[in-house]
Design a protein around this ligand. Structure first.
Ligand code: NAI
Length: 332
């Protein structure tokens, strides 16, 4: 059985890092058939929208996607292609595991955090208007239903994956209604899981504590904006945007993607680190139950990182994308 997966190569370094990823997964014999679809600038040029209906339909049909970073043309009336994708397919969970990797020197060892971000509401709901020439209004949307839905997903995930402790982080002291609703929904659901350690923390305290010592943290649950910011902070703790995977998960559909952007400063130079998209591909394999092959590829990646001979520039090495990719395939 082979899984059809919609592949959006994306913009900037997207084709370089997704190309390296598919090469490695194919070399490992991952049972995937890639179905290319357009997103980002290429989709605007060909189909007039950064996240066209054809692409959404391909994902709806396959239920699985792997996506490179997308640029959204600014000032042309388009909403972010990523936000559009998450909302149209109701991919309500932003899933970002952040783990210390072998061979990458960082200030802290043994970081192992899952950042979960509510993907569909908050300021990203896109409800903005000007009320006077001088004043604009952006609405922060927060429903009990969405808070409860992601909290339940979080606790179920923890129960199935042996994670013990979760913190819901918000700013309810200052935004008592929107953030308070999220916190209340969390508490309601937490009551159903007394065997999982749960608590709440103001999001600014979380930022402070993460910078001071991230090692005690396990699972973090945040609304959209806080989750966006804090997950990048967390990525910085383990080696940067080039190494951290991510996924957008709904009830029936999951789209896997790196947390980094299109990296216009290095695009086309063949030096981007494909590890983030590759690791997202490994999450995809695990999601469909192909743990063995995912583990084999992860072992090969760890071997290359531990050896340290073929690291990309962002990790302090001088290998280009092709050399790093070849080194992993060699280990396989
Ligand atoms: P960025 O993540 O593209 O770049 C930030 C820095 O990290 C740059 O110095 C870049 O060279 C480096 N970097 C990122 N990925 C790397 C990799 N794989 N290997 C080595 N170095 C890497 O963030 P920036 O510059 O803020 O955004 C650029 C564009 O990307 C914008 O148009 C933004 O909208 C878009 N973007 C798209 C995302 C997505 O599709 N998920 C996420 C974030 C930004």
């Amino acid at each position: 059985m082979k899984y059809p997966v919609t592949l959006i190569e994306g913009d900037g370094i997207g084709p370089e890092v997704t190309g390296a990823t598919t090469k490695i997964l194919d070399a490992a014999g991952a049972p995937i058939v890639w179905e290319k679809a357009l997103g980002g600038l290429a989709a605007v040029e060909a189909l007039g929208h950064p996240m066209p209906e054809q692409t959404l339909n391909s994902i709806r049909q396959n239920r699985l996607g792997l996506k490179g970073p997308l640029a959204t043309p600014k000032g042309k009336g388009y909403r972010s292609a990523n936000v559009h994708l998450r909302q149209e397919l109701d991919l309500f969970v932003g899933y970002r595991p952040v783990q210390t990797l072998p061979g990458i020197t960082t200030p802290y060892k043994d970081v192992n955090i899952i950042v979960l971000r509510e993907n569909t509401e908050d300021l990203y709901a896109g409800i903005e208007h000007a009320i006077t020439e001088d004043t604009v209004l952006t609405l922060k949307v927060s429903t009990h239903r969405s808070g409860e839905r992601i909290a339940r997903w979080a606790f179920e995930h923890m129960r199935n994956h042996g994670r013990r402790s979760i913190l819901c982080c918000h700013k309810s002291a200052v935004v008592p209604m929107a953030d308070g609703a999220f916190a209340d929904a969390f508490e309601t659901v937490a009551g159903d899981y007394p065997y999982i350690d749960s608590g709440q923390l103001e999001v600014d305290s979380l930022a402070f504590e993460l910078a001071r010592d991230p090692t005690p943290f396990d699972v973090l649950l945040l609304q959209n904006l806080y989750g966006d910011i804090l997950s990048d902070l967390a990525a910085g703790l383990v080696g940067g945007l080039g190494v951290v995977p991510g996924a957008n998960i709904g009830d029936k559909i999951a789209v896997f993607e790196a947390v980094h952007g299109t990296a216009p400063d290095i695009a086309g130079k063949g030096i981007a680190n494909p590890l983030a998209v590759l690791s997202s591909g490994l999450l995809l394999l695990e999601y469909v139950g192909e743990q063995t092959i995912a583990e084999r590829i992860r072992r090969a990646v760890f071997d290359v990182l531990e050896e340290g001979k073929h690291l990309t520039g962002d990790l302090g090495g001088d290998a280009d994308t092709a050399k790093f990719t070849a080194a992993i395939i060699d280990k396989l």
